[in-house]
Design a protein around this ligand. Structure first.
Ligand code: DGL
Length: 294
């Protein structure tokens, strides 16, 4: 497989959460094309076994491989924690996760040396943040708090549907980290990236709330630049970034509605995530008929 600058960037998550990372990638790399897979049929990843997560992520990366991507972003902490170490060297393109970016930011932000991670059960249990932080600063303490209810609320659009219930759930899950001494909280699940402002409002004394999305986008931009893989701008009539969105489940309307708010732009067509046999057809679509979403 030849990796070239005309390929697109593949991104994946179990649902809408990774769109917050896609938003930053589009901002940092306005000439690039994205293909985003929301594995909604297997949502949530955070309560699955590591083996299941690896298997679902592998299916999507295999699809990206057939589709000729030039880089892939695991816009999901659970996938980054358990699948990235197993799968990163299996593909001809670079696979980037979100954990190193969050760990780096938190390690430079904390003043009292205690970092809290709000994440899924699987991410907390993996210890991936603790390892990444301690590689940088071995003296730091890292505490994990899993919040599966919050993942579901974000995926279901509670920010609009019932903000008071969402705030109550945020408070319930963040408070233990603050009470245990964390001055810095990492949003260690991409579903939580939209919750940073609410957390700051609910806990005004908090030192820092870490959102790794922009730092991850910078990492992708640096990687493409280093390898000579940046797309020459502008591409297409108006130079706007072009995206495709695929989901493995059936609720395309819901994904479009909740996802558009997180992405910060209107999601147009949402396509079924195809079985491997259809990947070749998708390559054709990517070559010829990517839609501008704006
Ligand atoms: N958004 C994902 C993460 O960052 C997964 C949430 C889930 O599916 O449990 O971990």
């Amino acid at each position: 497989m030849v990796i070239d600058s005309n390929g697109c960037i593949g991104m994946l998550d179990s649902g809408v959460g990774g769109l917050a990372v896609a938003r930053e990638v589009l901002r940092a790399l306005p000439a690039e094309r994205l293909i985003y897979v929301g594995d909604t049929a297997h949502f949530p990843y955070g309560t699955r076994t590591a083996g299941e997560v690896v298997s679902h992520v592998r299916d999507i990366l295999d699809f990206f491989c057939d589709a000729g991507v030039k880089a892939a972003v695991l816009a999901c902490n659970t996938a980054s924690a358990v699948a990235l170490p197993v799968l990163r060297d299996r593909y001809p393109f670079q696979v980037v996760g979100v954990i190193d970016a969050g760990a780096r930011m938190a390690a430079t932000s904390t003043r009292n040396g205690c970092i809290g991670v709000l994440a899924t059960e699987r991410t907390v249990q993996s210890g991936a943040y603790g390892e990444a932080v301690r590689r940088l600063r071995p003296e730091l303490r890292v505490l994990g708090q899993s919040a599966p209810a919050l993942v579901t609320m974000v995926e279901e659009g509670y920010g609009e549907k019932d903000p008071a219930a969402l705030d109550a759930a945020i408070a319930e899950h963040v408070r233990p980290l603050i009470e245990a001494g964390a001055d810095t909280v990492i949003l260690g699940c991409t579903h939580f990236l939209a919750l940073g402002g609410r957390i700051r409002q609910l806990f005004p004394g908090i030192g820092a709330v870490i959102d790794p999305a922009a730092e991850t986008a910078r990492q992708v931009a640096d990687l493409l630049a280093e390898r000579g893989l940046l797309q020459e701008p502008p591409r297409g009539a108006n130079g706007l970034p072009r995206c495709r969105f695929l989901i493995s489940g059936h609720d395309a309307d819901h994904f479009r509605l909740v996802g558009s708010r997180i992405l910060g732009r209107e999601i147009g067509a949402v396509e079924p995530f195809p079985a491997r046999a259809l990947a070749g057809r998708v390559q054709g679509l990517l070559d010829g008929s990517i839609l501008d979403e704006e």
